[in-house]
Design a protein around this ligand. Structure first.
Ligand SMILES: Nc1ncnc2c1ncn2[C@@H]1O[C@H](COP(=O)(O)OP(=O)(O)OP(=O)(O)O)[C@@H](O)[C@H]1O
Ligand SMILES: [Mg+2]
Length: 581
């Protein structure tokens, strides 16, 4: 929950977004002030209207009274339009700007941030919290400016017609102020709670949608629906608490006003005060007083509204203030060779976690094919993830062509890589755009086709209903596992990067397709430094160097035949597979 001081800081930061549109803001404020003024003006109008027309039958008043009424409401209409249109303009622009900034930030956060943050929270911030902030800011501004003008103006009118009666009305003020303070505290608490719960609802929904198959097979329907029911109910409860606070405060406030009103009527009709009043003057006083009701009610809630906005703002800013990926490197690689050197590299994912890589040292000459083998969890993926600096903060040194990875500009470093990850990621787009993803959009059709051919994907692509223009669905759900892998390989082939990372890139393929791709890759891999991870040893026999990993260490390294003759761990693995095959 934001502290008082933080609240002010967040408020200032949010206001800065609106102040960027100061022209519109000016229009809003002018519009709100004018439309606010028309309310007490209408109260003032009551006096000549009643006294002039019905009481005195003054012909002059009778002729201008209808006209004045039109003028007041015309003024109100124009200023109302001016303020609400400009306000929405600012509100929508702020939503757009904050969303862009958030999204931009998301694109630059370290991979490790995503490991520890659930996607529901991020999406909630981007969608719900941003709306919340904008709504609170625009509505809040309207209430603060317009209702303040109405209150000041109406009080002015009241004091003008009878200061004695006005003082009676003002006795209600401290009561109202106390109530405001109480309600806003409660509101703030509940708004925070609701926000957290909405994130949870989103998160569970997200997960269940993504895991629909697992849920059905593993009999998770009951579990998921209970889990969802729990947060859903909590969310409902918090909302209802907030609504209760909101709806109970309004009638209480109104009753306090009614008591004040009754006292006014009583006092005005008793004693000497009655002599000051004509029907018109009394009506003007009453109109001004009644006009106070709604603004006072809204102002009671405005704090809660703003608090809700500030809570949402805090959640947005905490994401905006996350440190992006470190990129202190300035070195720009040109015509890279692809020599890598690992010197005593030790790495852990978190400060207090166990070491996942321990004292890794090896070197790779330009154009070599390095194969990583080893048990699941031995650190193979982790090791290749360090190369494009998906993770930082390792001990020891990794160099590319003699330059420490940290000294190379991040975008420049990553440009050198093509990557087929262990979990293939496809975009909800066409086959063509998936292969030519990223800066490759400008590439020729024929190049896409030959990449697909090399990845053994052409046959199946041509059988799809729209060929290269077929939509693959969210993360390629409309394709088979092997087809997805082949698209990912085609993407890597097309990118033509000098260094390749293939993490189980062919694991989902049948032996025949894998052999074919292997052949195609042979031409591709020529002159490119390649890191490949595979469980099937047949795919790595030709590697220039095989690193056998166990528990974060390299326990054997050498070529296939060297390792076989050592008769160590690799040999055992080979025998095991040989027997199984
Ligand atoms: N993002 C992460 N955050 C924290 N720990 C991780 C993360 N990714 C992997 N680990 C841990 O690091 C260790 C090595 O994982 P890694 O993915 O490198 O293994 P691997 O050799 O690629 O295994 P596999 O053959 O199953 O893909 C594992 O113990 C795992 O729990
Ligand atoms: Mg792995």
């Amino acid at each position: 929950m934001p502290s008082e001081k933080n609240g002010v800081i967040i408020y200032k930061r949010l206001a800065a977004y609106a102040f960027k549109h100061w022209r519109y803001l000016l229009m809003v404020i002018v519009g709100l002030v004018i439309s606010g003024v028309t309310i007490p003006l209408f109260a003032v109008y009551m006096q000549p209207l009643l006294d002039g027309t019905f009481m005195d039958k003054d012909p002059e008043v009778i002729s201008w009274a209808p006209l004045a009424l039109m003028v007041i409401f015309l003024l109100r209409g124009i200023s109302g339009f001016m303020s609400s249109y400009s306000m929405e303009w600012i509100g929508r622009s702020v939503v757009k700007e904050i969303r862009s900034e958030l999204f931009e930030r998301l694109l630059h956060l370290p991979v490790a941030y995503y490991d520890k943050t659930n996607s529901g929270t991020l999406v909630t911030r981007l969608i719900y919290h941003v709306e919340q902030v904008s709504m609170a800011a625009t509505k809040g501004l309207k209430i603060l400016v317009q209702d303040s003008v109405i209150i000041i103006g109406s009080l002015g009118v009241m004091f003008y017609y009878s200061w004695q009666l006005s003082l009676i009305v003002l006795v209600a003020a401290p009561l109202i102020a106390g109530l405001v303070a109480f309600i806003s505290r409660r509101f703030r608490k509940l708004s925070n709670k609701i926000q957290e719960q909405v994130s949870e609802v989103t998160q569970i929904a997200h997960e269940s949608i993504a895991a629909t198959r697992e849920i059905r097979i593993f009999d998770g329907i009951d579990y998921e629906s209970k889990r969802f029911e729990a947060v859903n109910t909590l969310n409902h409860k918090s909302y209802m608490k907030r609504i209760l606070t909101e709806s109970i405060s309004a009638p209480i406030m109104q009753f306090i006003m009614a008591v004040a009103l009754a006292s006014v009527v009583y006092s005005a009709t008793h004693g000497t005060l009655i002599e000051n009043f004509t029907p018109g003057r009394f009506m003007a006083f009453m109109t001004a007083m009644i006009a106070l009701l709604d603004p006072v009610k809204r102002l009671t809630n405005v704090n809660a509204l703003l608090q809700g906005g500030i809570a949402a703002g805090e959640s947005i800013f905490s994401l905006l203030d996350e440190t992006p990926e470190k990129d202190c490197g300035t070195h720009l690689l040109q015509d890279i060779q692809g020599n890598f050197e690992f010197k005593n590299v030790t790495f852990r994912y978190n400060k207090d976690a166990d070491e996942v890589l321990k004292g890794i040292s090896f070197s790779v000459k330009a154009g070599e094919k390095i194969a990583l083998v080893g048990q699941s969890g031995s650190g193979k993926t982790t090791l290749v993830n360090l190369l494009p600096r998906f993770y930082d903060n390792w001990d020891g040194e990794i160099t590319l062509d003699g330059i420490a990875l940290e000294d190379i500009k991040l975008s420049n470093l990553r440009e050198q890589f093509a990557y087929v990850g262990q979990d293939v990621t496809l975009f909800n787009d066409t086959v063509k755009n998936n292969i030519a993803y990223g800066k490759l959009q400008k590439i020729k059709e024929s190049q896409i086709k030959s990449a697909a051919e090399a990845a053994f994907a052409l046959d199946f692509i041509e059988q799809l209903s729209d060929g290269f223009d077929t939509e693959v669905g969210e993360n390629g759900t409309l394709l088979s596992g092997g087809q997805k892998q082949r698209l990912a390989i085609a993407r890597a082939i097309l990118s033509d990067a000098p260094i390749l990372i293939l993490d189980e890139a062919t694991s989902a393929l049948d032996t025949k397709s894998e052999r074919h791709i292997q052949k195609a890759l042979e031409t591709l891999l020529k002159n490119r430094t390649t890191f490949m991870i595979a469980h099937r040893l047949s795919t790595i026999e030709k590697a220039d160097k095989i690193l056998m990993m166990e528990n974060g260490r390299i326990i054997e390294s050498g070529t296939h035949s060297e390792l076989l003759s050592q008769k160590g761990a690799y040999y055992k693995l080979y025998e095991l597979q040989f027997v199984n095959d």
